[in-house]
Design a protein around this ligand. Structure first.
Ligand code: IPM
Ligand code: MG
Length: 361
């Protein structure tokens, strides 16, 4: 029997609440598929700072490097907000992305038909939305040098971050994006700020060049400010989008609204030796510890793990179909419920998906 090792890093906030539900779903689907999954937990983020004094202890890094895939929760929270950037919980996630060379972050945003009314946007805008944001994840402002703060004697200061990309970094994420677009509706929008930034001019040049290898995919270039508007104005015009790190961070949160709730959005960070799968929603400190967080983003991230790291597309389909059936039966967590509608907790929603996975096996 095939055996896979899954490193589990629940992290902070609602991470430790939603991650176990994703694990249960994975265990159920693996059982049906005759595959054995070994889960090993490790510390990351604020939880790791409190216990081990750093956001990504060496043992956690080692576990991830040896795993077949990483199931990640979320990191950060108000308790650690006063720490300098280099010691914050978020640094643990950034170090993992960089060390494991996870340069492509896939964030699908789909408006499930039964959740059309959960989005604060009009039905006429969101209905039919099915897009994929591919965010470059190991370059740009997040990692560029030089960076830092200079303090002046007169009390003033100057801070620097650098947006830098090499042609190689652009090329590899562009190629990944074209390949993803090819399996979807064969339309790729490359988002940049080429009317102002030289980095974006290089981005556009390289993406255009890579595009020549994919004559079957229609490429368009969209300026980021315009893309931000188009996403909430006419999201159905998009299929696959590719963009640099910071633009992708911002646009993918915006895209979450199209899916009804942040609690619905999964992600896959791939490109390196081992993929990392995490819900896009983050730690949600306002609802952490209450058992009400929507586990669907984590569960759909587990489906992406099956698809991209374990090459188990059939199992991934089964999980996604199970989620759709549960939603179709009218079950809702608070974030996707209409006013007055009955709501389920994290665990109850997880139970229902597990049941449907078992039923659909
Ligand atoms: C995300 C998050 C992270 C990011 C934070 C937690 C560092 O917002 O994955 O989108 O900015 O990349
Ligand atoms: Mg973000």
């Amino acid at each position: 029997m095939a055996t896979y090792r899954i490193a589990v890093l629940p992290g902070d906030g609602i991470g430790p609440e939603v991650t176990p539900e994703a694990m249960r779903v994975l265990a159920a689907v693996a059982k049906g598929a005759g595959v054995s999954l070994e889960f090993e937990q490790a510390l990351v983020g604020g939880a790791a700072i409190d216990t081990a004094g750093e956001p990504l202890p060496a043992a956690s890094m080692a576990l991830c490097q040896q795993a077949d895939a990483i199931l990640f929760g979320a990191v950060g929270g108000p308790r650690w907000d006063d720490l300098p950037p280099e010691r914050r919980p978020e640094r643990g996630l950034l170090a993992l992305r960089k060390e494991l060379d996870l340069f492509a972050n896939l964030r699908p945003a789909r408006c499930f038909p039964m959740l059309v009314d959960a989005s604060p946007l009009k039905r006429s805008v969101v209905e039919g939305t099915d897009l994929m944001v591919i965010r470059e994840l190991t370059g740009g402002l997040y990692f560029g040098e030089p960076r830092g703060v200079e303090r002046f004697a007169d009390g003033g200061a100057r801070a620097i971050n650098t947006m830098a990309y090499t042609s190689r970094e652009i090329e590899r994420v562009a190629r990944m994006a074209f390949e993803v677009a090819r399996k979807r509706r064969r339309r790729l929008a490359s988002v940049d700020k080429a009317n102002v930034l030289v980095v974006s001019q290089l981005w556009r040049e390289i993406v255009t060049r890579v595009g020549r290898e994919f004559p079957d995919v229609t490429l368009e270039h969209v300026l980021v400010d315009n893309a931000a508007m188009a996403l909430v104005h006419r999201p159905t015009q998009f299929d696959t989008l590719v963009t640099e790190n910071t633009f992708g961070d911002i646009l993918s949160d915006e895209a979450a609204i199209l899916a009804g709730s942040m609690g619905m959005l999964p992600s896959a960070s791939i490109g390196g030796k081992v993929g990392l799968y995490e819900p896009v929603h983050g730690t949600a400190p306002d609802i952490a510890g209450k058992g009400v967080a929507n586990p669907i983003a984590a569960i759909l991230s587990a489906a992406m793990l099956l698809r991209y790291s374990l090459d188990m597309a059939g199992a991934a389909d089964r999980v996604e179909a199970a989620v759709e059936r549960v939603l179709g039966q009218g079950h809702r967590t608070a974030d996707i419920a209409r006013p007055g509608e009955k709501t389920l907790g994290t665990r109850e929603m997880g139970d229902l998906v597990v049941r449907e996975v078992e039923a659909g096996a």
